[in-house]
Structures are given as structure tokens and as C-alpha cells.
Design a protein around this ligand. Structure first.
Ligand code: DX5
Ligand code: ZN
Length: 216
């Protein structure tokens, strides 16, 4: 089992001290900054949009991993690329044409991927993996930080991993939701390459130690 990269979610950061909390991630040994964009339509919650990504980009030493929980992401992906996203993932069930949305991102020179919610069948979108740099598997229902990990979603990781290996794709598998030091090894064993963690990192007494544990 190889080690994983870690992408802490700023959803659990202190929004009053966003610059401090983004800069700290590099010091703590994180690999990416996970930015959760919610539109109040695809998911109930509302977070932030392109101006926040542009602001974080100015001060972040780490690449921005932007997770779009928005309806018709194809309308916004180019604007998020222009704002400074290094990876853009979106929910294909929210898109009218996920394949075209992936092309829009790729044509901007940004890494792209799809996100699979627990109630979405990977099989319905698996053919898109040829175009994806990242497959993001939700281990909770997208929409809120601090939820409990759903172990059954590791089956989606395994299915994705089998497909990626069989077709010799370079696609990385990312997992998001309810992951902490206690279940990170299960994720890595299933084939996860990148672990997202919000509350586990930002609510920790020693975030660097948690990030090291997530990496394995
Ligand atoms: C949920 C978000 C996650 C969330 C992770 O919709 O996509 O990135 O912030 O937070 P934790 O690690 O607290 O579950
Ligand atoms: Zn996320």
C-alpha cells in the first residue's frame, strides 16, 4: 500500500482567518487546498465562488483542488480555471454534458475530474474516466463538513481502481468526507491516492500529526 496525498478542506477553516489557515496547510505538510464550492441548488448549503478562489490563489503555496457542488458546472468551470483552480472536479449528475464540461476544463490546462455521490452509480459515468485526472469518491453526501464516513462507499473506490488499473489510466482516486486518522488506512488499502479531510485537520490539536497519519 502506498502513501496518500492530503487535501485539507477549508470548509472547516476559520473564515475570519482564511489567509492564516491556508498558509498553515503547507507548514503542516498538506499537498493541496480543497475548496468546497456549493450553490444552494445542487446541495442545500452555500459557500463561496470564484472571488474566494482568486483570493486564496494569491497567497497559497499549494495547488487548489476545487470541488464544485453546483448545478450545470459547465457554465462556470472556465471562470474557476481563470480564478486559479489547479484541479476542478464536479458532479456529473449535476451537468447536462459532463464530457463537454471535462473538455472545457482540460482546454484551460487545468486538471479535471468527476465526483460520485453515495447515491450515484459509478457505472453510469465510468466511461468518462478516460478523460479524468481525478476520480473523487464522496464518502458522505456532499453538502456539509463533519459528517460520518459511509464505509460502503469504499466499494466505489475499489470499482474505480479496478477500472483504472485494467485500462492503464493515470487517473488518481480521491476520497472526501468523514476521513480521519482512524479510517485513512482503509481508504489507502482500497486504492485512494488523495485524502480530503476538513474537520479532522482543522479541529485537531496537532494538525501536522493528523496529516502525517492520513498520508500513512
Ligand atoms: C462535503 C465536502 C467535504 C467536507 C469534508 O460536502 O465536500 O470536502 O468539507 O469535511 P469533513 O472531512 O469534515 O467530512
Ligand atoms: Zn469536498
Amino acid at each position: 500500500m502506498s502513501t496518500a496525498k492530503v487535501s485539507p478542506s477549508i470548509l472547516s477553516a476559520d473564515f475570519v482567518n482564511m489567509e492564516r489557515d491556508v498558509r498553515a496547510l503547507a507548514e503542516w505538510g498538506a499537498d493541496y487546498v480543497h475548496c468546497d464550492v456549493m450553490d444552494g441548488v445542487y446541495v442545500k448549503n452555500l459557500t463561496f465562488g470564484m472571488p474566494m478562489i482568486a483570493a486564496i490563489k494569491k497567497i497559497s503555496p499549494l495547488p487548489l483542488d476545487v470541488h464544485l457542488m453546483i448545478t450545470e458546472p459547465e457554465r462556470y468551470v472556465e471562470a474557476f480555471a481563470d480564478a486559479g483552480a489547479d484541479i476542478i472536479t464536479f458532479h456529473p449528475d449535476a451537468s447536462r454534458d459532463p464530457s463537454a464540461a471535462l473538455d472545457l476544463i482540460k482546454n484551460k490546462g487545468v486538471k479535471c475530474g468527476i465526483v460520485i455521490n453515495p447515491n450515484v452509480k459509478l457505472e453510469d459515468y465510468i466511461h468518462l474516466l478516460e478523460k479524468c485526472d481525478v476520480l473523487l469518491v464522496m464518502s458522505v453526501y456532499a453538502g456539509l463538513g463533519g459528517q460520518k464516513f459511509i464505509p460502503e462507499t469504499l466499494e466505489t473506490v475499489r470499482k474505480g481502481k479496478a477500472y483504472i488499473d485494467k485500462n492503464r489510466l493515470p487517473t488518481l482516486i480521491e476520497i472526501d468526507g468523514g476521513v480521519g486518522a482512524g479510517n485513512a488506512a482503509l481508504c489507502r488499502e482500497a486504492g485512494v491516492d488523495i485524502i480530503v479531510a476538513g474537520s479532522a485537520v482543522y479541529k485537531a490539536a496537532d494538525p501536522a500529526a493528523v496529516i502525517a497519519a492520513l498520508k500513512g
